[in-house]
Ligand binder design. Structure first.
Ligand SMILES: [Zn+2]
Length: 149
């Protein structure tokens, strides 16, 4: 892996093309503007329309935060740092996560870009909804707050 040196300044480059390169960067504020309203909205909707009590919401929310930690651990363990032997696999790991370790202070690469992020978040929410019904309206916001933190 091309992670021998950690650079505290500057930013890594994934694509030579400036437009493609721009699309790989994400301002954290954009992510906050998307997910904070989702977090608040879901908690509100769950409470008012799906009659989740405050206590249940609080328990689900905190469990969701803890579940994020577990999720992050497994993503790191098995996906982000997976052993890559072929050049394609190495490139995949670098784009997904390696670049973040090479330039850990680059704020433009703390979050996944909006489209893949929202797509993945939607899949995760629908999976939770399937597994736990409307309880997902409090569990998922906890999970997302864990992610944002
Ligand atoms: Zn890592």
């Amino acid at each position: 892996m091309s992670q021998e040196t950690i650079k505290n300044k500057g930013r890594g480059r994934i694509f030579e093309n400036d437009v493609l390169e721009f699309l790989t960067r994400t301002n954290p504020l954009v992510i906050y503007c998307i997910y904070f309203p989702v977090i608040g909205g879901m908690l509100y909707y769950g409470h008012v329309h799906k009659l989740l009590g405050f206590r249940l919401e609080a328990i689900l929310f905190v469990t969701g935060i803890l579940f994020w930690s577990l999720f992050e651990y497994f993503a790191h363990r098995f996906l982000f740092h997976m052993p890559a032997n072929t050049p394609r696999a190495k490139r995949f790991v670098f784009i997904m996560h390696g670049i973040h370790h090479e330039y850990p202070r680059d704020k433009g690469r703390l979050f996944m870009p909006v489209i893949p992020s929202v797509t993945l978040a939607t899949i995760i929410f629908l999976t939770m909804r399937l597994l736990m019904g409307w309880n997902a309206l409090a569990f998922f916001p906890g999970f997302m707050l864990g992610y944002i933190c």
